[in-house]
Design a binder for this molecule. Structure first.
Ligand code: GDP
Length: 372
């Protein structure tokens, strides 16, 4: 059943997030409710089941695949007597771990304080002995006892600091001249950095973890004598915390101000179509959805096709459809130039480069009509 599949995929993704944050997942619990319980998110019976398991197995942390309200978080921690994290907190924690530059750290810190502010009263006062670990890095760890006022002051300060950097970055962008600007966008872990490396022969950090890239990297790329700028940006994810979208304004400005978006998709991933939708939603949120775009379906080397018997054919299942069929469908469906590649083996690179060249060239000559 399809919604059952979705549930498993969501849990897979959450487990991958937990892994990226440095945790190992011991067990998964799911529950079907028409609406989450307003006090404890899960129902009473489920909560007891989870609590018993925690006690038996001496589990240290429970992670929920949604943003919990401040009171849900407080109630759950009281009931379960362990650290409770929600999806937002987990993502913020990964971002905190990954932030390399002072700019990225400032952005993440701001997002963390904004998350923390309404949740201040909960705090892990009863868990003092277990400090450290996931969800405790950054402000959660050091400022636990500080009051709201101090945090508000800190938020104001960070916002001011970001405003200054945003301005500097805006100037920097303006100083990059009239070269056509392209930005890689896509769900996290689809291969943006790998593609960036392959195109610019640079050495951008690529890793099989989520959000390897937090800071934008801008590189000059030349295809067929035509130079243009290529930016690698932070990966998108389903339910990207709004605090992050806000504080990553300048990073996302790279996308907003790009002339051309290169939307990278991991076709080997079961839910790649959901990923495309998530990315498009975020593009819409930051008002970048009407830009020229190229669709690059990556990881074709890793695509596996397992046609099942008619009987247990799962409608819509990714693996029942061959790569050729996917190609045909998406070439017909997409209103953008579409190409299928492998950033790893460089299969179909000439085709992709030609496509990028054509688009960049088109934008370039619309800008310099007499120069070409
Ligand atoms: P990003 O988060 O979108 O920047 O993704 P990365 O470039 O960091 O890549 C995520 C993972 O996917 C890494 O382990 C890469 O080696 C892997 N990867 C990237 N491109 C390909 C590809 O074409 N084929 C396969 N099999 N793996 C790839």
């Amino acid at each position: 059943n399809q919604s059952e599949d979705k549930l498993i995929e969501y849990m897979d993704e959450l487990e991958f997030l937990a892994f990226t944050a440095g945790a190992t997942v011991d067990k998964r619990f799911t529950q079907r409710l028409t609406q989450p319980d307003s006090k404890t998110f899960v129902g009473k019976g489920k909560m007891e089941e989870i609590r018993d398991y925690i006690k038996e197995q001496k589990i240290g942390t429970v992670i929920f695949d949604d943003e919990l309200s401040p009171s849900q978080l407080k109630n759950l921690e009281r009931e379960m007597e362990v650290k409770v994290l929600d999806r937002t907190n987990l993502i913020l924690d990964i971002f905190a771990q990954r932030a390399q530059t002072s700019y990225a750290r400032t952005q993440v810190e701001l997002a963390q304080y904004q998350y923390l502010l309404p949740r201040l009263s909960r705090m892990w006062s009863h868990l003092d002995k277990q400090k450290g670990g996931i969800g405790m890095r950054g402000p959660g760890e050091t400022e636990i006892e500080t009051d709201r006022r101090i945090i508000r002051d800190r938020i104001t300060l960070l916002k001011d600091k970001l405003k200054v950097i945003d301005k500097q970055m805006g100037t920097q962008r303006n100083n990059r001249g009239k070269m056509v600007r392209t930005a890689l966008v896509g769900y996290t872990n689809v291969g943006k950095s790998t593609l960036m490396n392959a195109l610019s022969k640079s050495d951008v950090f690529a890793e099989n973890k989520l959000f390897a890239t937090l800071d934008t990297t801008v590189r000059k790329v030349v295809i067929g004598n035509l130079p243009f700028l290529l930016t690698d940006t932070v990966g998108f994810i389903r339910k990207l915390p709004t605090q992050l979208v806000e504080s990553f304004k300048s990073t996302l400005d790279e996308v907003r101000e790009a002339d051309l978006l290169i939307h990278v998709v991991d076709i080997s991933h079961e839910s790649f179509e959901d990923h495309i939708n998530s990315v498009n939603e975020i593009l819409q949120e930051i008002d970048a959805h009407q830009k020229p775009m190229i669709m690059v379906f990556n990881k074709i080397d890793d695509f596996s096709y397992e046609k099942k018997d008619e009987d247990d054919l799962m409608p819509g299942s990714h693996k029942n459809i061959s790569l050729e069929e996917w190609k045909k469908t998406w070439m017909a469906k997409s209103k953008f130039p579409t190409v299928f590649i492998s950033a790893l083996t460089k299969e179909n690179f000439p085709e992709m480069k030609k496509m990028i060249y054509d688009e960049v060239h088109r934008i370039h000559i619309s800008r310099f009509p007499y120069n070409d």
